[in-house]
Write a protein that binds this ligand. Structure first.
Ligand code: SF4
Ligand code: SF4
Length: 437
C-alpha cells in the first residue's frame, strides 16, 4: 500500500485545528513542503514540545510527504524562540537537506498564507491555496502522524495543552473522544467557578463541545466573565447594531489584517461600514465578496478594533450568507509582493497576551508523555473537513483500540475513525460513537 493510502486509512487530518483530510493534500504534486511549527496562538504549548520530543519522527513524516508530492525542497518553519526544538531538529541525523526557517514571535505566523509569504517570499493568489504557488503546508503534529501511519498506527490520540485557570497546566496525550471533564482533571481541574472552556486558541478557538477531538489543540479554562469569553459570547445582531454607532471607520482592523498586509483585497473596515447600513444582498458585490478572503484569525476584532467590535464574526456571517445564495468569489487577483508596511504592522504574541488579559495564564505546560487513561470516550463522527463518517459498529460490539469503527462514504472527502480505547460500544447515534472501557 502506498503512503497516501496508509495515511487515509489511519484517519490522519490536519492537526493544527483545521482538520483537512491529510491524504487529499498528499495526493497533489508540489515543489516544496513546509512544516508549520509556528504555533502562534497565545498559551498553546503543543507543537513546540512535539518538535523537541519527536524531532526525528517529524523529519521522517516530512520525507514521506516530499516523496508523495514529488517536492524537491522541504522546510521546517518554527519560531526562533523555540530553542530546544531548533536544537533537536538540527541534531536529527536523518534531516539531510531539509532546511530550517526561523520565524519571529508574531501573530498569526501560522496562517498558511502568511507563512508561505515569510518562508518563500511568494504570495498565494486571492482565493487560492499554497499549492497554487507549488507549496504544501503541513502542521508538525500531522507530519508525526503521517510517519506513524507509515508504520500502521491509526490516529487514536490527540496532543493538547490544558491550561488557563487549572491547578497544574500541562500538555497531555488524550484518547480521541475523552471528555473535557477528564482532560481538565488531568491538569488539576478548574480553579475558578463559574468557568468556560475554549477548545483551541483564545483568538480562533470556540467554546468546547465537551470532548477532545482530533483537531483539539488546547482546552483553555477561563472565568465565565473573562474578556475573551465575553467577546465570544456577544450575539452577532448586537454586534451589527453596535457597529452602526461605534464603528469609527478608523481602518485599524484593515491596517493590521494579515491578508490585507500580504496584498489581498480584504478591507474589513469597508465590509463593516457596508454591513452597518445595508443587507448583505444590497452591498456592492466587490466589497462584500472580500469576505471570502478572510482567514478568521480574529486579529481585527480581538486586537485591532478600539471599540471591540467583531469584524471577523460579521465577516464569517457574510460568507455564510454569500455561500447560501450561491455567490461566487469575485476576487482572484495574483499578487506579486506583500505591502511594505507588513514588516512593522504584525503584533507580537506577547502584545496579544497583554491585550487579551491573559498574562496570568501565560505559563509553561509541560508534556506528560504517558497517555491519559480514561474509562469512556465519545467519538464525534465529524471531526474533519468533508462529510461525516458512517458507523461500522453497533451498540454492544467489542472493539480494540486502533480498530476501524467508522468510515467515509465512497467518493466523499473525509477521514475514517478508530476506537481510541478498548471496550464495548455503549451507544451509536447520528453524531457520535461511545465506548466504555
Ligand atoms: S479575521 Fe480580520 S484580521 Fe483576520 S483575516 Fe479576517 S478580516 Fe483580516
Ligand atoms: S477597527 Fe473597529 S472601529 Fe475601526 S473601522 Fe474597524 S471595525 Fe470600525
Amino acid at each position: 500500500m502506498n503512503i497516501v493510502d496508509q495515511v487515509r486509512q489511519a484517519g490522519v487530518v490536519g492537526a493544527g485545528g483545521a482538520g483537512f483530510p491529510t491524504w487529499k493534500k498528499m495526493s497533489a504534486q508540489a515543489e516544496c513542503v513546509i512544516a508549520n511549527g509556528s504555533e502562534c496562538e497565545p498559551l498553546l504549548r503543543v507543537d513546540q514540545q512535539l518538535m523537541t520530543l519527536y524531532a526525528c519522527e517529524l523529519v521522517e513524516g516530512m520525507k514521506r510527504v516530499m516523496q508523495s508530492t514529488g517536492a524537491r525542497r522541504g522546510i521546517i518553519a518554527l519560531k526562533e524562540k523555540y530553542e530546544k526544538a531548533v536544537i533537536a531538529l538540527e541534531g536529527c541525523p536523518g534531516r539531510d537537506s531539509i532546511e530550517i526557517h526561523l520565524l519571529e514571535n508574531y501573530y498569526p505566523a501560522g496562517d498558511e498564507q502568511a507563512l508561505v509569504c515569510d518562508v518563500l517570499g511568494k504570495i498565494v493568489p486571492e482565493g487560492g491555496i499554497p499549492l497554487d504557488i507549488g507549496a504544501v503546508v503541513q502542521n508538525v503534529g500531522t507530519l508525526i502522524n503521517i510517519h506513524r501511519a507509515g508504520g500502521g498506527a491509526a490516529v487514536t490520540h490527540r496532543w493538547l495543552t490544558v491550561t488557563g485557570a487549572v491547578g497544574s497546566p500541562k500538555t497531555i496525550i488524550a484518547p480521541v473522544g475523552t471528555s473535557v471533564r477528564d482532560a481538565l482533571a488531568a491538569a488539576g481541574g478548574p480553579t475558578v467557578s463559574p468557568y468556560t472552556v475554549i477548545d483551541g486558541g483564545p483568538l480562533m478557538g470556540a467554546e468546547s463541545t465537551g470532548v477532545v477531538r482530533k483537531t483539539t489543540t488546547s482546552l483553555i479554562v477561563l472565568p465565565a466573565d473573562h474578556k475573551v469569553v465575553r467577546y465570544k459570547r456577544k450575539p452577532i445582531d448586537q454586534d451589527v447594531k453596535i457597529a452602526r454607532s461605534a464603528c469609527e471607520g478608523c481602518r485599524f482592523c484593515t491596517d493590521l489584517c494579515p491578508r490585507f498586509l500580504i496584498g489581498h483585497t480584504l478591507e474589513p473596515h469597508a465590509i463593516m461600514g457596508a454591513v452597518s447600513y445595508q443587507a448583505v444582498e444590497e452591498i456592492d458585490p466587490l466589497v462584500i465578496s472580500q469576505a471570502y478572503l478572510c482567514c478568521q484569525c480574529g486579529l481585527c476584532g480581538m486586537y485591532a478594533c478600539p471599540t471591540l467590535l467583531s469584524p471577523e464574526r460579521i465577516i464569517k456571517a457574510c460568507v455564510e450568507s454569500l455561500k447560501s445564495s450561491g455567490a461566487a468569489p469575485l476576487h482572484r487577483r495574483k499578487v506579486r509582493e506583500a505591502r511594505p508596511e507588513r514588516d512593522y504592522r504584525r503584533p507580537t504574541v506577547d502584545s496579544l497576551v497583554s491585550r487579551l488579559e491573559l498574562e496570568e495564564y501565560d505559563v509553561d505546560a509541560p508534556m506528560e508523555t504517558k497517555p491519559l487513561e480514561v474509562n469512556a470516550v465519545c467519538i464525534p463522527l465529524k471531526q474533519h473537513v468533508g462529510a461525516p463518517c458512517v458507523p461500522l459498529v453497533k451498540k454492544g460490539d467489542m472493539v480494540k483500540a486502533g480498530q476501524l469503527i467508522a468510515d467515509i462514504a465512497e467518493g466523499k472527502l473525509g477521514a475514517p475513525l478508530h476506537a481510541s480505547i478498548t471496550g464495548v460500544v455503549s451507544d451509536v447515534t447520528e453524531e457520535a460513537i461511545s465506548i466504555r472501557a
